[in-house]
Ligand binder design. Structure first.
Ligand code: FAD
Length: 375
């Protein structure tokens, strides 16, 4: 169990979401380490902040005993489906699961403690937090993406309501525009159609048509595709995949006008919904990472910053070449990798982590991740 101490710690983990807690549990396998988890809100704060209607799109199912750990679990001996009794958890439910996991594994979390700055000093880090300073030899950034909503840059974009906010989910009638057609956009379109709205989704990448490959990071989830088919059958859903929105304006009568790159005008009866994703959300860790050409943080084979040794990245912002670790079942494969690298750096025995490998929750050879399904 982590010991609370004001002296220099071996590791500070920032964020008590699935990535931070999962990494912390992996660290418990290494004896004698001092570390802590720092969280600006409460355990699972992102899930507590999810709009009330938001649910998981990755299903939970307790296949653990047969080597198929629940997709949303952060440790092979746990299963949200088992503890919550649902297959698509909502935000508060999943936060409850995370709280139970933290309690079971004795993970001490310093809640209501926000990290404002991380200073890299020779062989150590000094963290300025809302509750005083911390010193550590290594740092794991697990601050998540939810606090970094991606916003388009066209004129009037600020009039849109981001998919991460409650107003985007408030039931609407009349004509609704959704900008962005990947998971969040289609989720919201189906949701508003369920409330009787007439919805237009605009996305020049037309993700709803993607059929290439079998990686769910590039395809709509089966549940989303199923809901999309039902929404299309209402005749109240229009998908525009040949244009992008170039301008939004508020009209005097309370309606909104959107212009597209092909010159079409769309009039909507409520503020357009912006479902254009999230950034990498590095927050105060941002200066400690170089960026890939696509803007995502650059890490080495151990998920360690290429510019600041001793700083690691855990969570949905993780990228290796073409691989996106944007789901729990993907990024959890790296908890043991980070824990082992921290242990190696500090000269500690990490052999107990082999349990994670035998439980199928440690991938260190990433060349195996690209397998395509034959049918
Ligand atoms: C709308 C939405 C739906 C999603 N659905 C799924 C899904 O169905 N399945 C799936 O696998 N993935 C899903 N994802 C991806 C998803 O983000 C994650 O799987 C998960 O939340 C990422 O976990 P995390 O621990 O990296 O980040 P988070 O869960 O966001 O946890 C980060 C924590 O860090 C804290 N924090 C941030 N900054 C600081 C700071 N400066 N100081 C202290 N604490 C800080 C936050 O308060 C938060 O509690 C979804 C994402 C979104 C946005």
């Amino acid at each position: 169990m982590a010991r609370r101490t004001s002296r220099e710690l071996d590791c500070v983990i920032i964020g008590a979401g699935p990535a931070g807690l999962g990494t912390a549990i992996a660290l418990t396998a290494i004896g004698g380490l001092t570390w802590t988890v720092v969280e600006r809100g409460r355990i699972g704060q992102t899930f507590l902040d999810w709009p009330a209607e938001q649910r998981f799109l990755t299903p939970s199912f307790t296949g653990n005993g047969f080597g198929a750990t629940d997709l949303n679990a952060v440790h092979p001996m746990t299963s949200p489906a088992f503890s919550l009794g649902v297959d698509y958890p909502d935000g508060p439910g999943y936060a409850r699961y995370l709280g139970a996991v933290a309690e079971h594994f004795g993970i001490a979390v310093r809640s209501r403690t926000e990290v404002h700055r991380i200073h890299a000093e020779p062989r150590r880090f000094r963290l300025a937090t809302s509750r005083g300073a911390l010193r550590a030899r290594t740092v794991v950034w697990a601050g998540g993406e939810f606090g970094d909503p991606g916003r388009p840059t066209f004129d009037g974009a600020e009039l849109g309501q981001h998919a991460s906010t409650e107003p985007a989910w408030a039931p609407r009638k009349g004509r609704v525009l959704v900008i962005g057609g990947y998971e969040s956009g289609i989720d919201l379109a189906c949701h508003q159609i369920g409330h009787g709205a007439e919805v237009t989704v605009v996305d020049p990448e037309h993700p709803w048509d993607a059929r290439q490959g079998s990686d769910p990071s590039f395809l709509l989830a089966p549940r989303t595709r199923q809901r999309l088919r039902t929404a299309q059958q209402t005749g109240r859903l229009t998908l525009i995949g040949t244009a992008r929105i170039t301008e939004l304006a508020a009209l005097d009568d309370g309606r909104y006008r959107a212009r597209t790159s092909t010159g079409t005008e769309l009039i909507t009866d409520s503020a357009p919904i912006v479902a254009t994703g999230y950034g990498s959300g590095l927050g105060p860790a941002s200066p400690l990472f170089a960026r890939r050409p696509d803007g995502w943080p650059l890490v080495d084979a151990n998920d360690e910053s290429t510019t600041t040794p001793g700083v690691f990245l855990a969570g949905a912002g993780l990228r290796h070449d073409q691989l996106r670790f944007c789901f729990i079942y993907k990024f959890r494969q790296r908890f043991a990798q980070v824990a082992r690298t921290v242990a190696d750096r500090l000269g500690r025995d990490a052999s107990a982590l082999e349990y994670w490998r035998s439980a199928g929750m440690w991938t260190d050879d990433l060349s195996c991740c690209g397998t395509e399904c034959a049918c």
